[in-house]
Design a protein around this ligand. Structure first.
Ligand SMILES: *Cc1c(COP(=O)(O)O)cnc(C)c1O
Length: 297
């Protein structure tokens, strides 16, 4: 790999009262701590795209997202770090958010597509004008999904396994992580090949097709999906915010409200409902995304 210079994600024991009450052990794999700019699951999803761009001799990479997008943020940071130009196609009309300011500062070329323009992103001829404008650049579908994205997430498992002994764990029983498209979850399912189940806390409503997406990538086995949307994607309620604040106070792990906060709260509900036997050992993946919380926390 050309990207070995990045740090590994630390695996840390998670001490929270509701885990201790239930006799369930949990460790958190801190993808948020890999790098100040290039962090979270989006980095893993980008790796094969970056390798492909390098192989093709592409001068740059281009992708799309919203004005708080963790995906565009990671892409801009990776471009700056590894010497690719980047362009971002944004949903809606020009806005000034902390994320947008970072994208500009990291040298990403921004284009605002409006809402109708953004809705056309799945049309067959969507990329043609952008390929004409940025010849030879590598195009990445929204969110960096698909099999390329999932394959990059297999490394998440290797990083965890390499640190189990230091934690005093021989093995673990299951994974728990937030799902948006389900690509990261699919990557874990692929790499586990049935060895341990993967639980996805789905942060988007049922009509977003997460189950179909995961099934298309890895079939129907090796994972469980739990509804964690709490009223809609990026819908933030006061119980959630209180839980995030309490968790940070109790164990020092920062969460955001769109994915990781909802995922850990859904885990708490399942643990309290007795879903995991006493003595279970779980790995919670902190998928990052903390840059996106500057707008509301
Ligand atoms: C994008 C994102 C997810 C969802 O990842 P998928 O691979 O789309 O399921 C989860 N957590 C964070 C912090 C994210 O930015």
């Amino acid at each position: 790999m050309i990207f070995d210079e990045l740090a590994q994600a630390p695996l840390q024991p998670l001490h929270l009262p509701w885990l201790e009450t239930a006799g369930v052990a949990c460790a958190v794999l801190r993808l948020d701590l890999i790098d100040p700019l290039l962090s979270g699951n989006k980095w893993f999803k980008l790796q094969h795209h970056l390798l492909a761009a390098r192989r093709q001799g592409a001068a740059g990479l281009i992708s799309l997202g919203g004005n708080h997008s963790n995906h565009l943020h990671a892409l801009a940071a990776a471009g700056k770090r590894f010497g690719f130009a980047t362009a971002g196609l944004l949903r809606g009309h020009e806005q000034d958010t902390p994320t947008v300011r970072d994208l500009k500062a990291m040298g990403m070329q921004l284009h605002w597509l409006g809402f109708a323009g953004y809705r056309a992103r799945h049309a067959v001829d969507f990329w043609a004008p952008w390929q004409a404008r940025y010849p030879g650049w590598h195009c990445i579908a929204e969110g960096g999904g698909g099999l390329e994205g999932a394959r990059g997430c297999a490394a998440i498992i290797e990083q965890c396994r390499a640190q189990l002994a230091a934690l005093g764990w021989e093995d673990y029983h299951a994974w728990w992580l937030a799902a948006g498209t389900g690509t990261t979850l699919a990557g874990l399912v692929l790499a586990e090949a049935g060895a341990h189940p993967v639980h996805g806390a789905v942060a988007v409503p049922a009509d977003h097709g997460v189950e179909q997406n995961v099934t298309a990538l890895v079939g129907a086995h090796g994972y469980h999906l739990h509804d964690a949307a709490r009223g809609g994607f990026a819908h933030i309620d006061s119980e959630l915010l209180a839980f995030i604040e309490q968790t940070e106070r109790q164990c020092g792990v920062p969460l955001e409200a769109v994915y990781t906060g909802k995922a850990l709260l859904a885990l708490r509900d399942q643990v309290q409902a007795g879903r995991f036997a006493r003595g279970s050992r779980l790995v919670f993946v902190h998928t990052g995304g903390l840059q996106g919380r500057r707008g509301y926390l």
